[in-house]
Design a protein around this ligand. Structure first.
Ligand code: U2F
Length: 569
């Protein structure tokens, strides 16, 4: 079947059902953004020139909202608890619906059974027939539930699964045996998926796929009005739960010297003691009222928690400057309670690294809060600076639709990706080496060694986007690619895991072996040793080691849409 764009959300709203606060929150959000989704759908349809898109049968099983997982989120929706996850699930459901797929939604284990065709009362019976879905979007809780109820057949069907995973899962943690042997075992990892099956909230882990969410978009008139009505000395504090304000009196005092301070902190009967009397606390607001407050405010200020939430993007989209603390050293699962047990060692360099690295000044200021002089100067600078509302394309509805469309049509983890046959690579590589030892643009697929009469399996992202670089010692491929204004592309590792790539980089190997280690392929300059990767599950952009320079498969990306290469659409 062909998937046709949908601009009406009523069927989706019905499917989501009701009752719980979390579902009402999601539905309210869907209704509020419905028009924005509709017009984005029409624009994307015309950009894609009404091209054929396969309609997929998709199951969305939201594990963390099931009673069986304890559902600790729903009761806190109106009490300052996390809403980021619900924002994202609401947007994923909407994107899949708008793209025209055949969608089933499950929020309980019973519904999950029903959709998978597991007979009632035979909970742990393996699913015998074919999987009735092309794709299943779930989370770590849902994955656990599917394992319990599908038994061994999960293994057979797991290539169809996508795991929504806010903070990301690095390959070393995902590989069960490797994680167990090398100390990467955590509460969540070890599912042996292709790491691109994990989908994150921000594009922070290129080993995973970037799913994201959307933020409110403004038209030119709204933007102008906002700029005219900005109150230069009005600040809103980021933090809807009183605990996020604990120990921040000093900063709040400095801030209050210059600005009127507003908050949206949940409270039951009286002002929480953490919130000083000079703060105008509005209590937790419904999303649209928060947007109105942000439209007036000049500054949205974070005090370090929550990490990587949606709110700073909403503030910047409404013309605020976001001020946040730098973390030196970065916070990670190795040094911070919040990240402990999460399947990643990624370091978070500030409260919101995406805002810091992808947006930056003048919309975002990241400063050392331990230096009160620096903090003070930043506030005064913010009051003087004029900014326009700004929303990166990848966080618009059109951007999210474009990305999810590209994943659905092109990512296929069910066909095995063979190691790339080594053919006559040396010629084109050797000739392009003259452009510099560390930068080798690779040629097209035929030149890469496929015989002329063999149709190569579809390669996505296309090989044309690949640029091979060597890292410095101790550097990861994430950093290496970033420093060349490229992004690490794990799907391209299989093209550079070979002798020819080493030769292309002019590496002298006295010994060449192959091992299972998440920093490979790589070479040691001191020992003149080169090692290739033996286990494709361990290909990792994140890995680094002081002893090795890594071979890095970087790729280009579209402006404002880092998930997609220039020729990816
Ligand atoms: C993040 O979760 P949070 O829910 O704490 O993230 P926030 O950035 O605070 O905001 C989520 C939404 O809450 C809304 C706001 C955002 O879209 O519009 N909101 C509101 O409706 N009313 C208010 O008064 C204030 C905010 C992150 F998303 C999660 O993945 C993490 O688990 C969590 C912890 O790091 O942080």
């Amino acid at each position: 079947c062909q998937a046709a764009f949908r601009t009406d959300l009523s069927v989706l709203l019905e499917q989501v059902g009701g009752g719980k606060e979390s579902l009402s929150f999601m539905k309210q959000r869907m209704r509020r953004l419905a028009q924005q989704w509709g017009s984005a759908a029409l624009r994307l349809d015309s950009t894609l020139q009404h091209r054929w898109r396969d309609q997929r049968k998709i199951l969305v099983h939201v594990g963390f909202l099931t009673e069986e997982s304890g559902d600790v989120f729903s009761p806190k929706v109106l009490k300052g608890g996390p809403l980021g996850e619900m924002v994202q699930w609401a947007d994923i459901l909407t994107a899949l619906h708008v793209l025209g797929h055949n969608l089933k939604i499950s929020m309980s284990v019973k519904e999950l059974h029903g959709f998978l065709g597991v007979p009632p009362g035979r909970g742990s019976c393996p699913l015998t027939g074919p999987l009735p879905f092309d794709l299943i979007y779930t989370d770590y809780h849902g994955l656990q539930q599917m394992k319990q109820h599908m038994g061994l057949s999960l293994k057979k069907h797991k290539c169809h699964i996508r795991v929504i995973d806010t903070f990301g899962t690095e390959p070393a943690y995902n590989h069960e045996e490797y994680a167990t042997l090398h100390g990467y075992r955590t509460n969540w990892g070890y599912w042996n998926l292709n790491a691109r099956q994990y989908m994150t909230m921000f594009p922070h882990t290129p080993d995973n796929s970037f799913m994201g969410f959307v933020s409110e978009e403004l038209n030119e008139t709204e933007k102008r009005n906002i700029q005219q009505n900005k109150v230069n000395n009005m600040a809103v504090v980021y933090g809807k739960e009183a605990s996020m304000w604990k120990g921040k009196e000093g900063f709040l005092q400095i801030l209050h010297r210059y600005m009127e301070v507003h908050g949206t902190v949940y409270y039951e009967t009286q002002r929480p003691p953490e919130v000083p009397a000079f703060v105008k606390n509005h209590g937790l607001l419904p999303q649209h009222e928060l947007q109105q407050l942000l439209r007036k405010a000049k500054l949205f200020i974070g005090f370090g928690f929550p990490y990587e939430g949606p709110a700073p993007l909403e503030a910047i989209a409404n013309g605020c400057i976001f001020l946040q603390p730098k973390f030196q050293p970065p916070h990670s699962s190795l040094n911070h309670e919040f990240f402990r047990g999460k399947p990643t060692s990624r370091g978070v360099s500030s409260q919101h690294p995406y805002a810091e690295q992808y947006i930056g000044r003048p919309h975002v200021m990241t400063v050392d809060y331990n230096n009160s002089q620096e903090f003070d100067t930043a506030i005064r600078e913010i009051m003087r600076t004029k900014v326009e509302p700004y929303l990166p394309y990848e966080y618009t509805c059109e951007g999210m639709l474009e990305r999810v469309h590209a994943y659905i049509q092109n990512q296929d983890f069910c066909v095995p990706e063979p190691p790339f046959p080594l053919g006559n690579l040396s010629k084109p590589l050797a000739s392009s080496m003259s452009t510099g030892p560390l930068f080798v643009p690779l040629p097209n697929t035929t030149a890469l060694g496929w015989a002329a009469n063999v149709t190569p399996p579809p390669v996505w992202p296309p090989v044309s986007s690949l640029r091979l670089l060597a890292s410095q010692e101790g550097q990861s491929c994430i950093e290496t690619c970033q420093s060349a204004r490229l992004v690490c592309e794990p799907a391209h590792f299989r093209f550079i895991n070979n002798k020819e790539a080493l030769r292309g980089l002019d590496v002298q190997c006295e010994a060449l072996d192959s091992e299972s280690n998440h920093v490979l392929p790589a070479f040691s300059v001191a020992r003149r040793e080169c090692s290739l990767q033996q286990d494709p599950l361990l290909f990792s952009c994140a890995g680094h080691s002081p002893r090795y320079r890594r071979l890095c498969p970087c790729r280009d990306f579209r402006r404002g849409q880092v998930a997609l290469c220039r020729e990816c659409l």
